[in-house]
Design a binder for this molecule. Structure first.
Ligand code: ZN
Ligand code: MN
Length: 502
């Protein structure tokens, strides 16, 4: 028996609007004291009027356009009825038959598998439920700060066939949300949440399904990291395969929870079909005519992450891993681009740069740039627990710093100290160098004097060197570096030393 996993994902992206989906309460109060960002609307008091958040609608359309689906010119909200303590109205305002987008697809790069295009079912807007907090006293408390926060839900077709595809899909979706600047997509903070639907079906030797029929699926809730999504799917495929092999494949749709500690899924409840939710149109919100907003959004579409990825490759020739790190953070990507455009201008302005050697120079410069940006700078930021958005270092100053490294005005040894100080003071490298007394020893006369002193003070090593122990050269270079507090250039020093020791 050949079994093929059939997986569908429902992804909830928390939109980072200022206010909630249907009221003016702050949507960013989830870390504040419980129940301090609430009002009669998000508490579901009778007789109140919800008003849709225009920014949330705009962003949902933006994501819809990016995903290439059909955007609804006319849309509406519906009530999804169910009872739970975190849902004060006993219904969630969501969208049923006229979602913001239908269709669409997302192409992802699956490690070891290549490109795969996941077909989408729909994208709709809805409000988040409140948060249940289980106290140590055995009681459950409800914090309504989160209740009513805008969510954009994206549903795939049952078109995913492995845990690796699912993970790649989710990562690309987060990248999209971040690049479009509509969500921070932090799974740990619940800004990106995923429900995973898994079933199996029989296929022939060529992988073609024996019938179109889909078997009852398992819906796994509470999966809140990329790793957990991968593990939960792998676990569920294994569990269901065993059931199939015993001749008892799952007979009804169930909901299971992911237990991250035990790395297993556990049965929660048999699941309602959509009929059980008794969807009906939200009577308090008039249907939406989106024609104008769609045009407005289309006119101002930001660059899509997959386009940016291609452009970073062709324009800058960065390595794939570097590009991945760069475009994963919109602020970092923007910083890099501004610095790179400064560097490009500098390179073309140099007299020794010709049409023949420009590419070679550019390659070297880009490599230097990437390693200082993605290794050193990111490291310094992590030490300070700050990020690109709030640092004092400007792209212009960073570019100037790279230029000084390239021109040999700052030694690699001294670079980290200079960069670190630029980060703390916000000044340009020239000033920082003066402050640190870190002017590089390119003054050959001054360097010569220091070399003379080093030779004079280490006569016994000089004799050994002259007797053929040439590896002592490193020792002398070390002494020169020590005397100049790291300002001398190691290779120049070595040259001068060799000369004088002849
Ligand atoms: Zn409210
Ligand atoms: Mn939902």
């Amino acid at each position: 028996m050949n079994l093929q996993p059939v997986i569908g994902l429902e992804t909830h992206i928390q939109l980072k609007t200022k206010s909630k989906m249907f009221c003016s309460c702050s949507a960013r109060g989830q870390n504040d004291a419980p129940n301090t960002h609430i009002c009669p609307i998000c508490l579901g008091h009778p007789g109140v009027l919800p008003i849709p958040n225009k920014q949330a609608i705009r962003w949902a359309i933006l994501l819809g356009i990016a995903l290439g689906g059909d955007i609804a010119k006319y849309s509406k909200f519906d009530r999804k009825n169910y009872f739970y303590p975190d849902l004060p109205k006993s219904y969630q305002i969501s969208q049923f038959d006229m979602p913001i987008m239908q269709g669409g697809q997302l192409t992802v790069e699956v490690p070891g598998e290549g490109e795969y295009t996941v077909q989408l079912e729909r994208l709709h807007l809805e409000e988040d439920a409140a948060k249940n907090i289980h106290g140590d006293d055995g009681k459950t408390y409800v914090d309504f700060n989160r209740g009513g926060t805008p969510l954009c839900e994206i549903v795939t077709k049952p078109d995913i066939h492995s845990a690796a595809q699912a993970k790649a899909y989710l990562q690309e979706m987060r990248l999209l949300a971040r690049s479009m600047d509509v969500s921070d997509g932090d799974m740990e903070k619940g800004q990106l949440r995923c429900d995973v639907n898994v079933s199996l079906r029989e296929v022939d030797e060529n992988g073609n399904p024996l019938s179109d029929h889909l078997h009852p699926k398992t819906e796994i809730k509470n999966v809140n990291s990329f790793k957990a999504v991968e593990r939960a799917i792998e676990h569920e495929i294994k569990r269901q395969t065993q059931l199939w092999e015993m001749g008892t494949p799952p007979a009804e749709t169930t909901t299971r929870g992911w237990n991250d500690a035990k790395q297993i899924t556990t049965e929660q409840r048999t699941k309602e079909g959509s009929a059980d939710y008794r969807y009906f149109p939200e009577p308090d919100i008039p249907p939406l005519d989106l024609t104008d907003i769609i045009e407005e959004v289309r006119r101002s579409m930001p660059e899509l992450p997959w386009d940016k990825r291609k452009r970073f490759t062709s324009e800058y020739g960065f390595k794939t891993e570097d590009i991945k790190q760069l475009i994963d953070d919109l602020a970092l990507a923007n910083f890099a681009e501004r610095a790179m455009s400064e560097l490009g201008a500098w390179l073309l302005g140099r007299e020794d740069v010709t049409e023949e050697n420009v590419e070679e120079h550019r390659k070297k410069l880009n490599k230097l740039f990437c390693s200082w940006l993605l290794n050193k700078l990111i490291g310094l930021l992590a030490e300070r627990k700050i990020d690109v958005r709030i640092m004092k270092l400007t792209p212009e100053n960073f570019a100037e710093f790279i230029v000084m490294l390239a021109e040999g005005k700052i030694s690699g040894t001294k670079g980290l100290e200079v960069l670190s100080s630029m980060l703390d003071s916000g000044s340009d490298p020239e000033h920082v160098m003066t402050d640190l007394g870190a002017t590089r020893m390119d003054d050959m006369i001054a360097l010569g004097t220091i070399v003379d002193t080093v030779i004079e003070e280490n006569q016994s090593e000089v004799e050994r060197y002259k007797a053929g122990e040439t590896k002592l050269l490193q020792f002398f270079v070390g002494q020169v570096m020590k005397a100049t507090q790291g300002n001398a250039d190691a290779s120049t020093s070595a040259k001068v030393l060799k000369d004088k020791l002849k």
